[in-house]
Ligand binder design. Structure first.
Ligand code: UD1
Ligand code: MG
Length: 446
């Protein structure tokens, strides 16, 4: 589509439900799947269609939803009078839009771009309303799609209003529809709440459209694609589905996983080619891994960048701002926060590196700690290239250690160290010849 061409598509996202069954202070659509609010997953799948407008219908006191979908607008449905009423609430916001309207549910986040495109295509081939149907294992409370002899949908019957024969229909209403804008609001103004639930049903527009001589059609999708989230259990199921997709994507892009089911990714995790990921690795948000990186078992990442050829873990924790250079090594029980570890540097065992710069090819000995916090403020540690920090050193920040300097093991470094110097900051070793034996005999021991 050219920049000046309009898609002729608008979307209305229904999100006014409180999500009572979530037992949460957070509106349901903001619960996260792979670290992203579920409503934004839905918007990600919409984006390739380049909608001219996306209007979210939310309940009162849901400013957090408005913030999450910003800059897209929201409108408030003050009383929850049904799906038809919810869609009507968005009419004002859509203004004079006269293209095709996709109606989506904020708590049904996995609908694919391809399915939405198929619905638009079907709409543009002459059906005024396209309903997205599916055949769930348990039709339960879903609305049933009643088809005519030609296979066109003639009505949607809500389960609460259905006869036993209608309940036996297996094709169900996902709730998602694509409707010509002008017709949509015209039909909605005719919908009444004269039904089992006393609600204004969006679904009633199908029978009304047929009565007025309009064509209708059904597009189908899988139950997984249309899975909704109403409870914590369903949220966990949705998370599992998303994790599986993300693992597949990472493997498609050239990462190997020894045990995919134990690797957890974030929606935005970027992983390069020829990366090997061991078992039990967790990626939080904003992590980028380069090519040829070896990630060993039990690592935890958040807000970090790992460059090509680095080796991380097992049991490493990279916190926000950890920036690991090419071919650097981060070993077991090492925690790194807001620090630059330059090319080829090694922090291999039992260290905390925070607010630091570690120069290229430096070696940080086992147990080294950057003492970055004085109880009030954070301070930086800067280490040049090719330096050697002896094991069990405490680097009391702010402090600078020059290139190629050597720090004796067990030092508590409180002053800057020049390039190429040796600094030892610990009690000097003394030796008293024969003292131990004299001590023993004074105690009458052998
Ligand atoms: C609806 C459909 C049903 C379909 C099912 C699929 C109607 C009348 N029925 O039923 O055919 O099988 O979804 O899940 O449309 N919402 C609002 N405002 C309202 C009412 C609902 O924003 O006043 C939102 C909810 O937050 C939710 C969605 O619309 O995201 C569906 O509402 P819900 O009450 O779950 O509808 P169902 O009775 O499940
Ligand atoms: Mg429902």
């Amino acid at each position: 589509m050219g920049a000046s061409e309009k898609s002729g598509i608008a979307a209305i996202v229904l999100a006014a439900g409180k999500g009572t069954r979530m037992k949460s202070d957070l509106p349901k659509v903001l619960h996260k799947i792979a670290h992203r609010p579920m409503i934004l997953h839905l918007m990600d799948s919409l984006a390739p269609l380049e909608p001219e407008q996306i209007v979210t219908v939310m309940g009162p006191d849901m400013d957090s939803v408005a913030q999450a979908v910003h800059p897209y607008p929201t409108c408030i449905q003050y009383e929850r009078l049904g799906t038809g009423h919810a869609v009507q609430t968005a009419q004002k916001e859509l203004g004079t839009f006269d293209g095709d309207v996709l109606i989506l549910y904020g708590d049904t986040p996995f609908i694919s771009t391809a399915t939405q495109q198929a619905m638009i295509a079907e709409r543009r081939q002459g059906a005024s309303i396209v309903v997205l149907g599916f055949t769930p294992e348990t039709p339960g409370a879903y609305g049933r799609l009643q088809l005519d002899s030609d296979g066109y949908v003639e009505a949607i019957i809500e389960a609460a209003d259905a006869t036993p024969e209608q309940l036996a229909l297996s094709l169900c209403n996902s709730g998602v529809m694509c409707v010509e804008a002008m017709l949509l609001f015209d039909l909605l103004s005719q919908v009444t709440n004269n039904n089992a639930k006393g609600e204004y049903y969006l679904t009633d527009i199908v029978a009304l459209a047929r009565k007025a001589g309009n064509k209708t059609a059904v597009v189908s999708a899988s139950e997984t694609e249309l899975m909704g989230v109403n409870s914590r259990q369903e949220l966990a199921k949705a998370e599992a589905v998303m994790q599986d997709k993300l693992r597949q994507r990472a493997m498609d892009h050239g990462a190997s996983m020894v045990d995919p089911n134990s690797v957890f990714l974030s929606w935005d995790t970027q992983i390069g080619r020829d990366v090997v990921i061991g078992p039990n690795v967790v990626f939080g948000p904003e992590v980028t891994i380069g090519d040829h990186v070896d990630i060993r078992a039990f690592c935890h990442f958040e807000g970090s960048v790992v460059a090509d050829g680095a080796v991380v873990g097992p049991y490493a924790r990279l916190r926000p701002g950890a920036n690991i250079g090419p071919h650097a090594h981060i070993g077991n029980f090492v925690e790194i926060k807001k620090s630059e570890i330059e090319a080829g540097a090694k922090v291999n065992h039992l260290s905390y590196i925070g607010d630091a710069q570690i120069g290229a090819a430096s070696n940080i000995g086992a147990g080294t700690i950057t003492c970055n916090y004085d109880g009030f403020r954070k301070h930086r540690t800067e280490i040049g290239s090719g330096a050697f920090i002896g094991s069990n050193s405490a680097l009391v920040a702010p402090v600078q250690i020059g290139s190629r300097a050597i720090i004796g093991a067990g030092s508590v470094v409180t002053q800057d160290v020049a390039d190429g110097a040796l600094a030892v900051a610990r009690g000097a070793q003394t030796e008293l010849p024969g003292w131990a034996e004299r001590f023993r005999s004074s105690k009458n021991t052998k």
